[in-house]
Design a protein around this ligand. Structure first.
Ligand SMILES: CSC[C@H]1O[C@@H](n2cnc3c(O)ncnc32)[C@H](O)[C@@H]1O
Ligand SMILES: [Zn+2]
Length: 438
C-alpha cells in the first residue's frame, strides 16, 4: 500500500484505552489519518511510504490538547503579575483589553500563542476571547486545530454591544466555520458573575440545538462563591444546575471550590472539569481537587488559561504541575500517576471538546495529530519508563516535530507555517505600543 508518511520512533505512547506503550513500532499516515501501527520490522513489507521520518531516540505521542486558553492574551504576557484574580482582571486586564483588543490585536496575539503552543507540543486548543473570527483566521493560517469560543458577557466591548449581539455574531461565525475541518466552536459565557440568567437560558437552548460544548469559568475563587451566595442566595454551580446547564456539553473551568455533593453532582451530570493548576497557583485562586474528581468519575482535562495568568502555554509544564499538585492536595503520593496526568492533557481534553473519536490518542482511524519528543538528551538519562520522563522531567524544548492532520507544522523545532522572526518583530511592536501608553 502506498502511503504519505511512515514515522519510526523508539516509543509510541498510544494513550489508547489500554494505555499501550509500544517500542520499535512504526506509525503509518495517509490522507491525514493514522492508517496503521505495527512493528517497525514489518512496516516496509506493508507500506510504500512517500516519506519516512526516523526518530530513533524519540517518543511519539498524541498532540497535547489545551482545554482552556485565551490565545490572544499572549500580547499581555507579564503585563500584570503577582495579583489576585479580581484585582488583576478589573484593574489591569480589562482596562488593557478595553484599550487594545481589536481584530488586529487578536490575530497577532493568537499567532504568537500558536507558535508557542506548537513549539511545546500542543496541536489543539480551546479558546475564549473577543473577535473570535480573528482567532479563527490565525488558526486557519497556521494549520493548528482549535475550538473557537463564541463568547457571551453582559457588558459591551469593542466586539459587541451585549449578549444579543455576541450571540448573533457567534452564530454567524459558527456557520462560516462549518467548512473548516480543523475548526469547531463552543459557546463561551465568561463566568457566572458576568453573565445573567436570560443569556444563559438562550445559549443553553442554542447549545442543545447545535450540539456544541458550553465553556465557562466557574468557581474560580472562594470570593466568587461567597459573593454569589450574598447576591443570589445560591452558589454559582447551584444556579447553573437550576438553569439546566450542567450536562455532558458543559466544561467548567477552574473549579477550585467544591463540596462533596457538588463533586457527586458533576459526576452524575457528566460535566467536564477543566483544571488550570498554574493559573490557579499564580492568582492564588485555590486548588481544584483533581484526584477526588477523577475518583468520582468526572472527566478532568487540563488547560493553561491565558498567557497573562500563567504565564506560558506549556502543556508539558502544566501536566507536571497537575500531577505534583494533585499529590499535595490529596496528601497522597499515589494519586494522579504519570499516565493519568498525560491522559488529562490528551484524551480527556479531546472528550471534553466532543472530539474523542477524532483526536486525543494514537489509534488507527483517528486524525494524525502527533508530536515527537527527543528522549535522547542528557537530562533524560537514564530512561526506565518514557511516560515517567514525559511527565516528570521533560521540557518543552525537547519537542522536535508536530503534525496536525498529517501535516508537519514543526520540523526539528522550526515552524513550517509561521515566520518566527516576523512574529518576534510584531510582538516587539505591540510591546512598544502597549508599554509606552500611560
Ligand atoms: C470574554 S473573553 C474572555 C475574558 O476572560 C478574561 N480572563 C482571562 N483569564 C481569566 C480568568 O482566569 N478568570 C476570569 N476571566 C479571565 C479575559 O481577560 C477576557 O476578558
Ligand atoms: Zn480563563
Amino acid at each position: 500500500m502506498e502511503i504519505e508518511l511512515l514515522i519510526i520512533p523508539e516509543w509510541i505512547i498510544t494513550v489508547n484505552p489500554e494505555n499501550q506503550v509500544l517500542r520499535h513500532h512504526a506509525l503509518a499516515v495517509n490522507n491525514s489519518r493514522i492508517v496503521g501501527i505495527l512493528p517497525a520490522s514489518e512496516a516496509e513489507k506493508h507500506y510504500r511510504p512517500r516519506k519516512i521520518v526516523a526518530l530513533p531516540q524519540h517518543a511519539l505521542l498524541p498532540g497535547l490538547v489545551n482545554a482552556h486558553t485565551h490565545a490572544a492574551m499572549a500580547l499581555l504576557k507579564g503585563l500584570a503579575d503577582d495579583l489576585p484574580l479580581m484585582d488583576w482582571l478589573q484593574n489591569h486586564i480589562w482596562p488593557a483589553e478595553a484599550r487594545w483588543a481589536d481584530a488586529e490585536f487578536v490575530h497577532d496575539g493568537t499567532q504568537l500563542a500558536i507558535a508557542e503552543m506548537l513549539r511545546s507540543g500542543t496541536t489543539c486548543f480551546n479558546d475564549m476571547y473577543f473577535f473570535p473570527e480573528a482567532t479563527a483566521q490565525a488558526v486557519d493560517e497556521a494549520g493548528i486545530r482549535a475550538c473557537i469560543g463564541l463568547i457571551v458577557i453582559d457588558f459591551p466591548t469593542a466586539w459587541g454591544s451585549g449578549p444579543e449581539e455576541y450571540l448573533q455574531k457567534g452564530l454567524a461565525l459558527h456557520d462560516q466555520l462549518l467548512e473548516k475541518p480543523l475548526l469547531t466552536t463552543a459557546l463561551a459565557p465568561h463566568a457566572p458573575y458576568t453573565v445573567s440568567d436570560e443569556p444563559l437560558k438562550q445559549l443553553l437552548h442554542l447549545a442543545c440545538e447545535m450540539d456544541i460544548p458550553v465553556h465557562m469559568h466557574v468557581h474560580e475563587t472562594a470570593f466568587e462563591v461567597q459573593q454569589a451566595q450574598e447576591q443570589n442566595g445560591a452558589r454559582p454551580l447551584e444556579r447553573l444546575n437550576q438553569l439546566g446547564l450542567l450536562d455532558k456539553h458543559f466544561l467548567a473551568v477552574h473549579m477550585t471550590q467544591l463540596s462533596e455533593d457538588e463533586i457527586a453532582l458533576l459526576a452524575q451530570k457528566g460535566t467536564h472539569v477543566i483544571h488550570c493548576p498554574e493559573s490557579n497557583l499564580k492568582l492564588a485562586s485555590g486548588f481544584c481537587p483533581a484526584a477526588q474528581l477523577l475518583t468520582a468519575g468526572v472527566n478532568v482535562a487540563l488547560g493553561t488559561d491565558g498567557n497573562a495568568s500563567n504565564n506560558d502555554l506549556d502543556m508539558l509544564g502544566e501536566i507536571r504541575t497537575a500531577a505534583l499538585i494533585a499529590k499535595a492536595v490529596a496528601q497522597d503520593a499515589s494519586v494522579v500517576p504519570a499516565m493519568q496526568a498525560l491522559r488529562m492533557a490528551t484524551i480527556n481534553a479531546a472528550k471534553a471538546l466532543g472530539l474523542e473519536q477524532e483526536i486525543g490518542s494514537l489509534e488507527v482511524g483517528k486524525a494524525a495529530d502527533m508530536i515527537a519528543i527527543n528522549l535522547g538528551t542528557l537530562e533524560s538519562q537514564p530512561l526506565y519508563d518514557p511516560v515517567s520522563h514525559l511527565v516528570y522531567c521533560t521540557s518543552r524544548d525537547q519537542v522536535t516535530h508536530v503534525w496536525v492532520a498529517g501535516r508537519m507544522l514543526l520540523e526539528n523545532r522550526s515552524l513550517t507555517t509561521l515566520d518566527e522572526t516576523a512574529l518576534i518583530a510584531k510582538a516587539r511592536q505591540w510591546r512598544k505600543k502597549i508599554g509606552e501608553t500611560p
